[in-house]
Design a binder for this molecule. Structure first.
Ligand code: HEC
Length: 130
């Protein structure tokens, strides 16, 4: 009898161990679904300037990049100004924090992966005023 109980406990232990292993491997596999904004749920088809791009600039850039005294002499107030800076690569270099570009937003948090992807997609789709 006693022998059997010990055996049962060993099997339980083994099962628990396997469960932990299984869970931890799932955890790694599913990193994408844990941060949906960074992965599959980031909409990058048919990016709209007015719905996707302008709100990002408005919330993160305009406080410095508008008016006569705009930082770095760069104004990002409308489609023409934003698409000019985006198409010549300076804007994407800055938000991606690439070497050789000032990291933007200056002294703020980097834009999210999804916001950066949407900016890149918008440029690839022709930087339309849509
Ligand atoms: C707190 C103020 C501030 C905010 C917010 C800010 N910037 Fe800037 N930005 C600056 C300053 C200051 C410079 C000039 C820095 C330099 O040249 O080293 C600059 C330079 C730049 C440049 C380089 C201009 C050039 O001539 O190459 C780009 C592009 C840029 N910013 C884009 C952005 C974008 C896009 C955002 C929003 C995601 C943003 N910035 C948010 C202050 C800001």
């Amino acid at each position: 009898m006693e022998h059997q109980i010990i055996k049962y406990n060993r099997i339980q232990l083994l099962l628990a161990f396997m469960l932990v292993l299984g869970l931890s491997s799932c955890y790694k596999d599913n990193e994408e679904t844990l941060y949906p904004e960074e992965g599959n749920n980031c909409k990058t088809e048919n990016i709209s300037f007015s719905e996707n791009i302008f709100p990002i600039v408005n919330n993160n850039c305009l406080s410095c990049h508008s008016g006569a005294g705009a930082s770095g002499g760069l104004r990002l107030e409308n489609h023409t100004q934003i698409s000019d800076a985006a198409v010549n690569g300076r804007l994407l270099g800055a938000i991606n924090h690439e070497p050789g570009f000032p990291a933007m937003p200056q002294s703020g948090n980097k834009l999210s992966e999804c916001q950066i992807k949407q900016f890149e997609a918008w440029v690839q789709q022709g930087a339309l005023n849509n």
